[in-house]
Design a protein around this ligand. Structure first.
Ligand SMILES: [Zn+2]
Length: 156
């Protein structure tokens, strides 16, 4: 049984810009060539993400000498630009013939939070445009909800 922590982040300018291996944690950053934040751009986006997730998982499982992956856990932020249903659908078809064919795919949804640039109020939001509930300032920084991570992996 191998359990490995993987992290991916959705920032930067190239698709697989940053790969780092430290002890047992594997950090890999991804960025969206589609800009992110927009839902409903068709299934190609989610299919590419699904294939990249599988690639990351297989690389790690192989490194550990595992022959199949029994469970994969993902963290998907509400503002990651990923349509969950489309990703689930894409994963179902993309895992065929891979080490993840029988893997249980767990998806943790991360709600979005914004911080007002004016008064510093932190509030829940579903988009990038909600004004601050405290001072009505329209500008805020997203501090949570852009996650797109492979959180953990169980391989055997
Ligand atoms: Zn405010």
């Amino acid at each position: 049984m191998v359990e490995e922590e993987l992290l991916t982040c959705w920032q930067g300018s190239s698709y697989r810009e940053f790969v780092k291996f430290q002890d047992k944690s594997f950090v890999q950053c991804l960025s969206s060539p589609w800009g992110g934040g927009e839902a409903g751009g068709g299934n190609m986006h989610e299919l590419s993400i699904a294939m990249n997730i599988i690639e990351i998982a297989e690389e790690n499982a192989r490194r550990e000498g595992a022959s199949f992956i029994s469970e994969i856990e993902l963290e998907i932020g509400a503002l990651s630009g990923v349509v969950l249903e489309a990703l689930e659908f894409a994963m179902e078809s993309a895992v065929k013939g891979t080490m993840l064919e029988k893997a249980e795919v767990k998806i943790d949804k991360i709600p979005a939070k914004a911080k007002c640039v004016e008064c510093g109020k932190i509030f829940n939001t579903d988009d990038l445009y909600t004004p601050c509930p405290e001072c009505s300032n329209p500008f805020s920084d997203i501090i949570q909800g852009k996650e797109l991570k492979v959180k953990s992996l169980k391989a055997e």
